[in-house]
Design a protein around this ligand. Structure first.
Ligand code: NAD
Length: 499
């Protein structure tokens, strides 16, 4: 059995706790590797070593730090195929999806090449008599990053890139489900010129996470994952005075107006609802057609499309729509929620509960499911399913559809399909959700904007990537200065002249 490592002080290091988590091959259900679970001592040492390495990195000028980012972009492109294969093998997503995961992470590293510009600070000349005032952005020190399984490249890169570009050292705790790509990225950063110890990868579970949260050395914590854990991490990190940004779960609604192009909306829902097996925080899991006629036309367009989806391992070629979900537990949880939908009265229009793939009977595959007549009190509506399940909730009016999305506890992303500019503008303006698509199903902002939800999809201030990330990973210091020249008399300071 392959035993994975941590990546500490520039090298792979075997775990010493004796505790491991299984890393599965989701397509076959077999355990393909053992991931070490760091002890308190191992995590504490990794943090201490990061603290020792950080001052020299902070003293490296921003342009030189940016050159490491530039080299990293080249190395990731060089190794793209290898990285994508490793990612798909542990996560289960298709190779094009794995490359998308890497590409969206890479774009944030490209953005970080602009670190000298982002860190320039502000200056006021002659703020008072002989007085200048300037603000600088300084790194926090050592920061911790705790990441989810569903984007094992993109999510770490969104946090590690800006944190490093700002001069911090990072202790990353990747998901124990798919830790190989984060380890490979750490190795590539060293090849790109990052000094050893500045980027530490500690594999583990709650024990490693709590050690990061309670450490006096760690100054900031970023987390991405489910809402209950996001809330826990935020409370525990901020209780000890750390800066924290914690991104949680989602339930993204797409509103389909009667004037929408139904074929376009149905195509969009297939990609946004079922792509990556629905294991995306920006997946559309709820479609809200406005009016019975719109709903009937939408269901009619969706059914053949859902039935046509090809579910298979990533090794089965480029026409695979999506692969298995990440674990057997995830599969059982998703099937449990689908059963609850049926029991609570929703109409299961496409039912694949008995889905099984020949040759992969033990894999974690879940066939595509489409529900109609879902109501807002059902578990399949209130809970994040994080699987290939699309719920159609019929709304009588635009106001009812808008209110539904606004009343849901999550507020990550949303979309509206319409040909009417007034409606689209009203929706974008009034909706209490962080990322909005107008005839765009998955409105993921690009690297130079910021990514983040509202409501229970986030705890803390400031978004991921874009200018917010440079704010999160730095502290502002403002200096007010006056020099003695011009206020000296007879070699002595004339303090009166300073008033
Ligand atoms: P998760 O919450 O189970 O795990 C996330 C991380 O927290 C992992 O590293 C895990 O080891 C750690 N963790 C889990 N339980 C813990 C505990 N009790 N104490 C301390 N640490 C703990 O999430 P996941 O299943 O890996 O990821 C899927 C979730 O992430 C979904 O809810 C999805 O919506 C969300 N997500 C959100 C965004 C966003 O930007 N809002 C992006 C991607 C994923």
């Amino acid at each position: 059995m392959k035993e994975l490592s941590h990546f500490l002080n520039g090298a792979y290091v075997k775990g010493s706790s004796g505790r491991f988590a299984d890393v599965f091959n989701p397509a076959t259900g077999e355990t393909q590797a053992q991931c070490p679970m760091a002890s308190v001592d191992e995590t504490t040492q990794a943090i201490a070593d990061a603290a020792a390495a950080q001052p020299a990195w902070a003293a490296t000028n921003p342009q030189k730090r940016a050159r490491v980012m530039m080299a990293m972009v080249g190395l990731m492109n060089r190794d793209m195929d290898k990285l994508a294969e490793a990612l798909s093998r542990e996560h289960g997503k298709t190779i094009p999806d794995a490359k998308g995961d890497l590409q969206r992470g890479l774009e944030v590293i490209e953005y970080c090449i602009g670190a000298p510009q982002m860190l320039k600070g502000e200056y006021t000349d002659d703020a008072g008599p002989g007085i200048d005032m300037y603000s600088m952005r300084q790194p926090l020190g050592v920061v911790g990053s705790i990441m989810p399984f569903n984007f094992p490249a993109m999510m770490p890169l969104w946090h590690v890139g800006p944190a490093l570009a700002c001069g911090n050292a990072v202790v990353l705790k990747p998901s124990e489900r798919d830790p190989s790509v984060p380890l490979m990225l750490a190795e590539l950063f060293v090849e790109a010129g990052l000094p050893a110890g500045v980027f530490q990868v500690v594999n583990g579970d709650k024990e490693a996470v709590d050690t990061i949260l309670d450490s006096d050395i760690i100054q900031g914590v970023s987390f991405v994952g489910s809402t209950p854990i996001a809330q826990y991490i935020y409370s525990r990190a901020t209780a000890t005075g750390k800066r924290a940004q914690c991104f949680g779960g989602a339930k993204n609604h797409m509103i389909i107006m009667p004037d929408a192009d139904i074929d376009q909306a149905a195509d969009a829902l297939i990609g946004a609802g079922f792509g990556a097996a629905g294991e995306r925080c920006m997946a559309i899991s709820v479609a809200v057609p406005v009016g019975e006629e719109t709903a009937d036309r939408l269901i009619e367009a969706l059914v053949p499309r859902v039935e046509k989806l090809r579910v298979a391992p990533y090794t089965d070629g480029d026409d695979v729509d999506y692969g298995p979900v990440v674990t057997r537990d995830a599969k059982e949880r998703i099937l449990g929620l689908i059963n609850s939908g049926v029991e609570q009265g929703a109409k299961l229009v496409v039912d694949n509960r008995d889905f099984s793939l020949q040759g992969y009977e033990n894999g974690f595959f879940v066939g595509p499911h489409l529900f109609d007549n879902v109501t807002t009190d059902m578990d399949i509506y209130t809970k994040e399913i994080f699987g290939p399940v699309l719920s159609v909730v019929r709304a009588p009016t635009y106001e009812a559809a808008l209110g539904m999305a606004m009343d849901h506890e999550y507020g990550n992303g949303t979309a509206i399909y319409t040909r009417d500019g007034d409606t689209a503008r009203d929706f974008a303006h009034r909706i209490n959700i962080g990322m909005v698509g107008i005839n765009v199903p998955i409105p993921v902002p690009l690297a130079y904007h910021t990514f983040g939800g509202w409501k229970k999809s986030v705890f803390g201030d400031l978004n991921q990537h874009g200018p917010d990330s440079f704010k999160f990973y730095t502290r502002t210091k403002t200096v007010t200065s006056r020099w003695p020249s011009g206020i000296k008399e007879g070699g002595e300071f004339n303090f009166k002249a300073m008033d």
